[in-house]
Design a protein around this ligand. Structure first.
Ligand SMILES: CN1CCCC[C@@H]1Cn1ccc2ccc(-c3n[nH]c(N)c3C#N)cc21
Length: 231
């Protein structure tokens, strides 16, 4: 998978060189390209924003730098035929495990990290003929820009790419993977500050352990996220 990130804060993405994604990039599973939006500006102040038509507070990101940057990405011979343009936005479709899995199957993702009051709408409208444009929201709260959301999405998507995680079975028993929250986990010592590991986990009875874990998932989901339970 190729991942392009367009931002005015490229330093935000230095973390892509560490942890899981670092390994994936070294192994070639994921190629990342970070583009500084200001690199295509031509004025002295490297301007990327302007006042909103119709008035109102704040500034809006100008369409020209976005157009030039996205054109250059599409012109790259290593770009796919039809990338997905992910536009983080509080007004976007909720980002879920299912959406992460859908995106993990794509050949190329381009993350458009807005700032200020957002990106001129005509950028999404214009590129909809050449890309699949997906406004996506990380959650129902307001961030200052799209970078943090993009980092979270890149991690959630990247770990689902085949070969990324050492033991693919570990992906199956995670929260939200089967629609339920995950069961509690324990490791040695068997007793810690007078707290014991649940006996069933020490029994070696795999059927009983599986049943207990599923029951724990149901109990946790009922308590913490009843909205995830089927009607
Ligand atoms: C605050 N400021 C005026 C109100 C509108 C948003 C703006 C800030 N802002 C600019 C670009 C941008 C992109 C994503 C998000 C964002 N917020 N919450 C989410 N779940 C997000 C995602 N994903 C916020 C952004």
């Amino acid at each position: 998978m190729r991942i392009d990130i367009v931002t005015i804060f490229p330093e935000f993405f230095a973390t892509l060189d560490v942890s899981l994604l670092g390994k994936a990039r070294q192994s070639g599973l994921i190629q990342t390209h970070v583009h500084d939006l200001r690199d295509v500006t031509t004025d002295k102040h490297r301007t990327v924003d302007d006042t909103p038509y119709g008035g109102g507070a704040g500034m809006v990101m100008k369409p020209e730098p976005w157009g030039d940057t996205l054109d250059a990405i599409l012109a790259d011979p290593e770009s796919s035929q039809r990338p997905v343009l992910i536009v983080p936005s509080p007004a976007g479709e909720p980002f879920t495990q299912a959406v992460a899995k859908e995106f993990s199957r794509e050949e190329q993702l381009i993350f458009a990290c807005g700032r200020y009051e957002g990106i001129d709408q005509r950028v999404s409208d214009h590129f909809a003929t050449r890309m699949t444009v997906r406004p996506i929201s990380l959650g129902d709260y307001v961030l200052n820009g799209g970078e943090v959301a993009s980092l979270a999405m890149i991690e959630a998507i990247g770990r689902l790419i085949p070969g990324m995680v050492g033991n693919p079975d570990s992906l199956v028993e995670e929260s939200h993977e089967d629609g339920l929250l995950e069961y509690p986990s324990y490791t040695k010592p068997a007793v810690w500050r007078d707290l014991e590991v649940p006996e069933v986990l020490l029994s070696g009875n795999h059927a009983a352990i599986a049943a207990w874990r599923h029951e724990q998932q149901l109990e946790r989901t009922k308590l913490i996220r009843p909205d995830l339970l089927p009607e």
